[in-house]
Design a protein around this ligand. Structure first.
Ligand code: FEO
Length: 399
């Protein structure tokens, strides 16, 4: 076997044996402009355990990294903390190659692995432990973070919490620790990951953070399944999760839109002027050049959402429908907003946008602004007023 891929020690007797995906640019709808990693870990107890596996095509890379430390056949246990295929895709191959005595997952994980691969695994409950001889692994259920099957595995002997998707980010690189990467990159990617993966679970994250506080465990390392590992700034990232999952209103407002002949574009600029005049901080995101996942990232710490679209064949513009469907699914809360758009003759789009904003429980300040063909001075003034009305509510909400 070639030896290009090596394991990386993360602490005494614990190794990173994951894979680096430099190429991926779309992760189920999320633009991963810096690629990602699929992290798996070897715990070299008297009995050896592998924590998670990697996406299917990266099986060979993981095996090479494992083989740089130990004969893969010596792996006694495989723990599946999360059954999504970026972590379980190579599990069937791993089982065939390693022949572990047990594969362990949460009860929901057992069901998911059966459904995905027809596997029968050993299921563990909250607080159950696995004896590795000189070390112990303790399992904690973290349902819906990210899927119903998710669990964290705690290695008290080394202070390592294996957190599956939590605290991860999509960032490919040879740096294995967050403190080896510029903080601005870490913050940007962590923000994007939370906004695009974890935001819908905000209520559960609040509950989990309370539970983590009660566990009061001496965690030294947060070993996530994506991107670099946290061995410093643990309080900082936990604080960010706390702040983001509260979804408290701010004075920032995202204006997102698409345009056919620059009419809706002019309206967006006028809305932004009104927002600024009213004391809000607009971020204008034209969908012709902004990916839906970047709009979502801007929205994470925003209090306002204004959406614009021309009417095209009695419908909203496809890019706007795409972004709104995506954003709605991620369940941003506590937003104030409104809609605007140009039209030629039928002009249903503002009504359609309002309906989506209502479904998202956005507090709409008005029924929005429509402009026939090209916005005149009155229509642009109405757009400025729309921006000002949203700004006024944001100022009131953040006093
Ligand atoms: Fe990284 Fe939910 O999978």
């Amino acid at each position: 076997m070639a030896d290009a891929f090596k394991a990386v020690p993360i602490t005494d007797k614990v190794y990173w044996v994951g894979a680096i995906d430099w190429e991926i640019r779309d992760f189920h709808g999320y633009a991963t402009s810096r690629g990602t990693t699929y992290n798996a870990y070897l715990v070299m107890g008297e009995k050896v355990a592998l924590m998670d596996t990697v996406k299917g095509p990266f099986f060979g890379e993981m095996m090479e990294r494992i083989a740089s430390v130990v004969d893969p056949k010596k792996i006694e246990y495989i723990v599946s903390n999360h059954s999504e295929m970026d972590h379980s895709g190579s599990l069937p191959q791993a089982i065939a190659a390693m022949e572990p005595s047990k594969v362990l997952a949460s009860e929901m994980g057992g069901r998911a692995l059966k459904a995905h691969f027809g596997l029968d695994v050993t299921t563990v409950k909250e607080g159950e432990t696995l004896d590795l001889g000189d070390m112990t692994v303790e399992f904690h259920e973290t349902r819906m973070l990210h899927w119903p099957d998710s669990m964290w595995s705690w290695l008290p002997d080394r202070g390592v919490m294996f957190t599956n998707d939590a605290f991860g980010m999509h960032l490919a690189g040879q740096e294995r620790f967050t403190d080896e990467v510029d903080w601005s990159v870490i913050l940007e990617e962590e923000t994007k990951y939370f906004a695009n993966i974890l935001l819908p679970m905000s209520n559960l994250i609040q509950k989990l953070l309370v539970k983590v506080g009660q566990w009061n465990l001496p965690v030294k390392i947060l070993a996530t399944d994506h991107g670099p590992i946290w061995r410093q700034d643990l309080d900082k990232v936990i604080g960010l999760y706390d702040r983001w999952s509260r979804q408290e209103p701010t004075r920032k407002a995202v204006v997102t839109y698409d345009t056919m002949w620059k009419s809706t574009s002019q309206m967006a600029s006028a809305v932004a002027e009104g927002l600024a005049a009213g004391g809000a901080s607009p971020r204008v995101m034209p969908l012709a050049g902004s990916h839906r996942s970047d709009v979502m990232t801007e929205l994470l710490e925003a209090g306002g959402l204004l959406v614009g679209s021309p009417t095209l064949n009695n419908n909203m513009f496809p890019t706007v429908a795409d972004a709104l469907t995506y954003i709605k699914g991620l369940k941003p809360r506590n937003l104030v907003g409104g809609a605007f758009g140009s039209y030629g003759w039928s002009g249903e789009v503002v009504k359609q946008l309002n309906a989506v904003l209502d479904e998202m429980q956005v507090e709409r300040v008005s029924d929005g602004v429509r402009a026939m063909y090209v916005p005149d001075a009155a229509a642009l003034a109405a757009c400025r007023q729309l921006g000002q009305q949203v700004a006024q509510r944001l100022v009131e909400r953040t006093k």
